[in-house]
Design a protein around this ligand. Structure first.
Ligand SMILES: [Zn+2]
Length: 215
């Protein structure tokens, strides 16, 4: 799809890539001006670009961690304590955007959902649970308040979740958006069951009086 950029839009775009402090030209994703070193305000960029990564569905997690750690270091709020309010705000916004990009790309399910959005395939929530989810939900409703049974259910749900993640990534690689949507619905259902199972399990754990918090 070709996007037609009008003159005004183009003008805006140019202006937005100018350093607020020295008016030097900066890159779209630059966190700091390469002329004067001032921290820049956050600009619209996709999560991959923000982390300096190629836009690919499969992410090398070690590489992602390294990039994130390198990029966030200069944004440490301590470095901006004696700077102007503008700079403190810009650094804080940069950090929020960076963390959001990192967390989205690090989690395969969040990355998958984001990938669909990037391909303009908005996620449509299904009206009904997937049959596998329905089955697990029924099991959860029927399971007795028994720690061993709940642990087994959690374990099985977890295994199904892992399968679901594989299914999601495979569908996305094949650009089968419909199947990817379906996998996401399934994953949401599984995550919901898993968190309910954990909550119920936690509620059943007796508190040891010796380790109980005292006021
Ligand atoms: Zn500058």
């Amino acid at each position: 799809m070709t996007q037609v950029v009008g003159f005004m839009d183009y003008q805006k775009q140019i202006e937005s890539f100018v350093c607020w402090h020295c008016h030097g030209r900066t890159d779209e994703t630059a966190m700091f001006c390469n002329h004067c070193g001032s921290v820049q305000n956050v600009r619209a960029a996709d999560h991959f670009a923000r982390l300096g990564l190629e836009r690919r569905l499969d992410v090398n997690v070690t590489d992602l961690d390294d990039r994130f750690n390198k990029l966030r270091k200069p944004l440490d709020p301590n470095f901006f304590m004696i700077r102007s309010t503008t700079e403190r705000n810009f650094a804080a916004r940069q950090l929020i955007a960076l963390v959001e990009a990192y967390e989205t790309l690090r989690d395969p399910v969040q990355r998958g959902r984001y990938w669909l959005k990037l391909h303009q395939q908005d996620f449509v929530a299904a009206k009904n649970d997937h049959p596998v989810v329905q089955k697990m939900r029924a099991e959860f409703d029927n399971v007795a308040d028994d720690t061993a049974q709940l642990d087994m259910l959690a374990q099985r749900t977890n295994a199904l979740l892992q399968n679901g993640v594989m299914k999601l990534l495979t569908s996305l690689r094949q650009q089968n958006w419909e199947e990817a949507n379906q996998a996401l619905v399934e994953l949401d259902g599984m995550e919901d069951i898993l968190s309910q199972t954990r909550a119920r399990r936690q509620g059943m754990t007796k508190v040891d009086p010796d380790t109980e918090w005292s006021c």
